[in-house]
Design a protein around this ligand. Sequence first.
Ligand SMILES: Cc1ncc(COP(=O)(O)O)c(C=O)c1O
Length: 387
Amino acid sequence: MKTLKLVSRHKDKNISLLDLQGLTAQNREEYLEAIAAVIDSAGFIGGNAVEKFERSFAEWVGSEFHAVGCGNGTDAITLAVKALDLPAGAEAIIPAMTFFGTSEGLLNAGLTIKLVDVEAGTWLMDPASVENAITKNTKVLVPVHLYGQMAQMDRLREIADRFECRILEDAAQAHGSRWKNRPVGSWGDLASFSFYPGKNLGAFGDAGAVLSRDEALIKRCSAFGKHGGLEKYQHDAIGGNSRLDGIQAAVLNIKLKYVDRWNEIRRSLANIYFEKLANIDGLELPVESPSAHHTYHLFVVLVEEREKFCQYLKEKGVGTGIHYPQAIHQIPAFRGSSICKGHFPNAERVARSAVSLPICPTMSNDDAAYVASVVASYFNSKPDRRT
Ligand SMILES: Cc1ncc(COP(=O)(O)O)c(C=O)c1O
């Protein structure tokens, strides 16, 4: 009875934040065939599918790049930093608004973390704050291309060069994004990617990769992920085990063919949101920089009293998410550490007010228009509905 009521209230609309089942169903047979080929060849670790993916993923970014697969995006950060062989006491600067994994990946590699605030509007690492925060211990800048938009990489590159720092791009949310027409991964010394299933390019489980122009750096990442050596029973360093497995690579090889098209759909859905949600009092839309090719991994808006807003959307059949409910310095795991010190008002505001609206390549323009109409109706409704 309850279910029936819910359905009739939604009419026929039920738009989730991300329709992973629908997206997977689009190419189901192709995935099954590719997975069967891995099973038949027993290419579970290493093998053709992994080699093919590493080659084609690098090629997709540009012919001068090299890539190595690994277990997940957090490990990709750790492997990238280990490959840089930074001195003891080295410090990384990261934005205060990112997924926790950015900080874990760096801490797991033995770095110290310093936070800077994000810009208002784009909610990305603020180059001016980076410049103020750099010390002689700063050895790496880690811009995070949050929600699919790249940080101001030309400015960050100039700062890094001036202060002799390296750049590791955390590109977990930015497959296919560009800054000033240059692809993600091309501004940094290294870039880390996550292929967590919900990412724009997502596997059927955990997976990640590191990308660089510098083949020697990629070989070092590879060795650290394969017990410290490139050959079996070669252990030149204490590494660990973080490999891309054959089944995940087989899935990624298929998805790589579609990701550009999926990104274009995401961009057109975002345009519908921009058109239909402009100038609504109480709703802050994301700012897309004219220099960015944004791939809208997430479409995040800021709303005060977001619980009421999310509840209203839920009642109308619209799913939402929160990315992320805490800024890095507010995360309980850091309580008592120096990471907790400081005040980052823009990051704190995002943590307090961010709501992710549905965006997924399975959505139609009508779906996006429906979501936008529900959002608009929340703000147009009588004030008492909002209080
Ligand atoms: C910005 C960012 N960095 C790092 C990660 C970590 O990736 P993974 O979950 O694959 O370890 C994620 C994943 O959500 C992320 O969004």
